[in-house]
Design a protein around this ligand. Structure first.
Ligand SMILES: [Cu+2]
Length: 272
């Protein structure tokens, strides 16, 4: 009950902060451009993208945080044929801040490939706008891309779209979240499977801590119950981030009698 009250309070607080934030944000926008014009522009772009059938595929697995990151995207036309001869500019920004905004004109490499060097100093999710000009048409294609940590890190598994596994000492921890992706202010279910040398681990105390990297979002912990055969399951709620961020971290904490505690971190992206 205590947890529920705290959670409700956090949601209320988050929505108040959200209102204040939206207020200051629309002020910012009116300085730059007419906010209504901005919205119309976005809708017009979406319609135009559908009509033209242009799509952009970013090679996300190759993205690693750094001062000068090679961003490679493939532009395709209706039916998926590579689209050459376009003038492409990439604009990147980090959700919730304008501090890291950057843009660069891309070089065409043929076969629909466009490449630019951009500063992407932080790992995590970034917003990418590709301004594409071709045949007298201009279209802005928006998408969110994930930038990996160090050069040695493999691209992290997004627990918001699939089951992810991690090794923590002798344990193999597998996390599955649902729905996929998790929806803010709705119930979220966490399922964990524990294995040791391929065998199911029973009798563990398992919880999942939900947080946002670098931002305090309240204490939000899901306690899991044993579901048999090394499986544990529990339900909680996901908050909505006042700043519009969707990148979350699920930390699975495992306690097994007679063993040091283990934890594994699983980044995931929530729905809008
Ligand atoms: Cu947040």
């Amino acid at each position: 009950m205590k947890i529920l009250i705290a959670l409700v309070a956090a949601v209320v607080l988050a929505s108040i902060v959200g209102v204040i934030y939206v207020g200051s944000r629309s002020y910012e926008r009116t300085v730059v451009a007419d906010p209504y014009g901005h919205a119309v522009h976005h809708d017009a772009d979406r319609r135009k993208a559908l009509e033209l059938g242009w799509t952009l595929a970013v090679d996300e697995a190759a993205l690693r945080a750094g001062p000068e990151v090679r961003l490679v995207a493939t532009l395709a036309g209706k039916g998926g044929a590579p689209l050459d001869g376009a003038e492409v500019t990439f604009r990147v920004s980090r959700p919730g801040t304008s501090r890291l905004d950057a843009s660069a004109r891309a070089t065409a490499e043929g076969a629909g490939r466009y490449v630019a060097l951009l500063p992407l100093p932080d790992p995590g999710f970034w917003d990418l706008d590709a301004v594409v000009k071709r045949d007298g048409q201009t279209l802005i294609l928006e998408q969110r891309v994930h930038v990996g940590g160090g050069t040695a890190d493999p691209a992290p598994c997004d627990a918001g779209v699939r089951s992810c596994a991690a090794e923590a000492g002798p344990l193999r921890i597998v996390l599955a979240l649902s729905p996929r992706p998790p929806v803010p202010l709705k119930e979220i279910e966490a399922k964990v499977e524990l294995l040791r040398d391929g065998a199911a681990v029973e009798g563990a105390e398992v919880s999942v801590l939900l947080s946002m990297p670098g931002m305090y979002m309240g204490e939000n912990r899901i306690l899991l119950r044993p579901a048999g055969n090394g499986r544990y399951a529990g339900q909680g709620a996901l908050l909505r981030c006042a700043s519009g961020r969707r990148d979350w971290l699920a930390e699975v904490e495992v306690r097994i009698p007679g063993m040091p505690g283990s934890r594994a971190r699983f980044p995931f992206q929530a729905a809008e």
